[in-house]
Design a protein around this ligand. Structure first.
Ligand code: ADP
Ligand code: MG
Length: 328
């Protein structure tokens, strides 16, 4: 059963198309990840599914209900954790949850029980009486996830759930998300620009770039399609990378600051690479081989590197997070 269904879902801002005719189905109980660089259209997609933003064209269905026609019914079925924190920092953790329960008309006795259950799920029982202002970034995220679950939603949307968190806290959040996927049989759609997050958490992912899905499948399948082994070369003259295109043992060449090659026959062809370079006057400074990752799936589909782009974006992101008080 497909709990989430997108049919030609499109959102424009003026002349600019942020989300471009997405078709997608997501199966009940699974974790689906939208992976893509900054500005790819992830939040815009999520906001349409959450009924926060209206589609320009196309349709989205949650449990068979059109988000644009039945926004109130859809809202009862979903929990949302937005990219920007929305907790009230003057209230305690428990009070934040209580307020949300009231908002969703959860009956008081039921709410009390549910709140305790969720506080224990995200291991915040001991901190429930503390005001949120004193919470760390990781504790806030956990509280937000708990809050999104109070009314027993069928679908949980998480927009960049671990953005700006340190690696240990990130790993903790992953544990909670997995646990809750198993214990609550909830369907989870999350967005992320962390490849590792998509790879660790998601049953299936869609890689999104410029509002379009460029790759779709399980992380394992997508990676397997790329090839057995990747070669990363540092050349004295990077412009010579294109010469490798004429080598019969080379399947793909991705030029860049460093050149990435996919060898047709995997590691067996590495010696040929050196003789080819020597014959063609390509001086190699360094070479390393590695197993492909989701980054290579992205590289193959869009021809540029998800990682390189993020190195450039990191500083902007840090500044934005510091402004929001989310920095480490
Ligand atoms: N309200 C808006 N008005 C104009 N442009 C927008 C608006 N919201 C998002 N965009 C643009 O749409 C693109 C996708 O944004 P977004 O969905 O937030 O990307 P992501 O979440 O993948 O980083 C970006 O280029 C962004 O600048
Ligand atoms: Mg976003």
């Amino acid at each position: 059963m497909n709990v989430i269904e997108l049919r030609g879902l499109t959102r424009r801002f003026g002349d600019f198309t942020a989300v471009d005719s997405l078709d997608l189905v997501i199966e009940e109980g699974s974790i689906f990840g939208l992976l893509g660089p900054n500005g790819a259209g992830k939040s815009t997609t999520l906001n349409m599914l959450c009924t926060m933003l209206r589609p320009t064209e196309g349709h989205a269905f949650i449990d068979g209900m059109d988000v644009d026609k039945k926004p109130h019914d859809v809202r009862q079925m979903i929990g949302i954790v937005f990219q920007d924190p929305t907790l009230d920092s003057r209230l305690t953790g428990r009070e934040n949850l209580e307020m949300h329960a009231e908002l969703y008309n959860v009956e008081a006795a039921l709410a009390r029980e549910r709140i305790n259950e969720l506080l224990s799920l995200v291991e915040l029982e001991d901190k429930a009486g503390e005001i949120v202002r004193n919470y760390s970034g990781g504790m806030r995220r956990r509280l937000e996830i708990a809050r999104g679950l109070i009314h027993h939603p069928k679908v949980l949307f998480l927009d960049e759930p671990t953005i700006g968190l340190d690696p240990q806290t990130r790993a903790k959040i992953w544990d909670y998300v997995k646990k809750l996927s198993e214990e609550e049989n909830i369907t989870i759609l999350l967005t992320t620009h962390y490849m590792e997050e998509a790879q660790t958490l998601c049953d299936r992912i869609g890689i999104i770039d410029h509002g379009k899905i460029v790759a779709l499948g399980s992380p394992e399948d997508l990676i397997r399609e790329v090839g057995e082994e990747m070669v990363l070369l540092e050349l004295v003259d990077a412009s010579k990378a294109d010469l490798f295109r004429s080598a019969d043992f080379v399947e793909k060449v991705y030029p860049g600051k460093r050149t990435t090659l996919v060898l047709r026959d995997g590691p067996r062809d590495t010696p040929k690479l050196f003789s080819f370079a020597a014959e063609n006057g390509i001086a190699i400074l360094s070479m390393e081989t590695y197993k492909p990752t989701l980054n290579d799936v992205f590289l193959r589909k869009v021809g540029r590197d998800l990682r390189e782009e993020h190195a450039e974006n990191k500083d902007k992101l840090r500044t934005a997070m510091r402004r929001r008080g989310m920095g480490r």
